[in-house]
Design a protein around this ligand. Structure first.
Ligand code: NAD
Length: 288
């Protein structure tokens, strides 16, 4: 049994922390928004009064926070309260620079660190089927891998510190573009008078098949259950996808990489977010 501090108990952190608790690890959670604690009333998860007490109680600390500035704020504080040999694992999606900067600060205090952003969404977090893209030292990865195996199905050590974040923004840029293409394809099929059930059957078993069609088809009543069936409520917020695309655009600028589709994709998600549809699932891009 490990003592694990879990900071950020939102859409993703909720399921991830509960899955760890189910495997008999002692979980102590913390979130700046105390209303998230309501969910944990009947769960085997303790709540820390503050970050200092969480650090005193934990061998391994996982953060699952919205963005780089939240991670910088929380990590700066917990590094202050830390003891050497504690493990800090950040599963949030943030910019590579902040990730590396915070990990270097932690290492100076004798801590072990990883960046380990995830793919698989809220369903993957709840069901323990996430994919972890990991950056950091291989010994540290091997020490922590058993936790990724509880919270997910796959974990891939992509390289040194920051490599997990790099892999994550490449994956999400591709997913965001694919979802636009899927929407255009189904809209064209509809205008051509096609039965969309039949179109789903064709595409999902043909060369156009992809996760955005086969597992997340953005049309109500077509394919497996997806946020489209709930009028795009829940799921992965458009605003978070827009944030991830911003990270990809910044990274491309820094590395002088050509990402023409990526920039058009970024602009489209920006429009949807700014038109007050940022809280809806990113697949609502089909209506743009
Ligand atoms: P969320 O907003 O639901 O949860 C984040 C939580 O962090 C919130 O409960 C918030 O109150 C808490 N928080 C913010 N600042 C804090 C602070 N200073 N101290 C303590 N707690 C603080 O977001 P989410 O959907 O759970 O996503 C978390 C991360 O995972 C993001 O980086 C996101 O990009 C990434 N992600 C999300 C999904 C998804 O489908 N939702 C999928 C993959 C990756």
């Amino acid at each position: 049994m490990k003592k694990i501090g879990f900071i950020g108990l939102g859409n993703m952190g909720k399921g991830m922390s509960i899955n760890l608790a189910k495997e008999n690890h002692k979980i102590i959670g913390y979130d700046i928004n105390h209303s998230t604690y309501d969910y944990f009333k009947d769960q085997d998860v303790l709540i820390a009064e503050n970050l200092n007490s969480l650090m005193n109680e934990s061998e391994i600390i996982i953060t699952m926070l919205p963005d780089g500035s939240a991670v910088e704020k929380v990590w700066s504080e917990i590094i202050n309260y830390s003891k050497p040999n504690q493990y800090l694992v950040d599963c949030s999606t943030i910019d590579v620079k902040t990730s590396i900067k915070m990990q270097m600060q932690a290492k100076k205090k004798g801590l072990f660190t990883l960046d380990a952003p995830v793919s698989g969404g809220v369903i993957g977090a709840d069901q323990g089927t996430l994919t972890f893209m990991v950056g950091g030292n291989s010994d540290v990865y091997n020490d922590i891998k058993f936790l990724f195996e509880i919270m997910g199905k796959n974990s891939i050590l992509c390289g040194d510190e920051g490599a997990g974040q790099s892999a994550k923004i490449c994956n999400n840029m591709l997913l965001a573009s694919t979802m636009i293409a899927v929407g255009e394809s189904f809209n064209l099929g509809k205008n051509l008078g096609l039965d969309l059930d039949k179109l789903f059957e064709v595409i999902s078993t043909s060369t156009g098949s992809c996760w955005a069609v086969n597992s997340y088809c953005p049309i109500k009543g077509i394919g497996p259950t997806s946020p489209a069936d709930r009028d795009f409520e829940g799921g992965f917020a458009t605003a978070l996808m827009y944030k991830d695309l911003g990270l990809a655009v910044d990274a491309a600028t820094e590395t002088k990489s050509k990402i023409n589709y990526g920039i058009q994709t970024y602009e489209k998600y920006k429009r949807v977010t700014e038109n007050n549809r940022g809280n809806f699932d990113f697949s609502n891009i089909i209506n743009e």
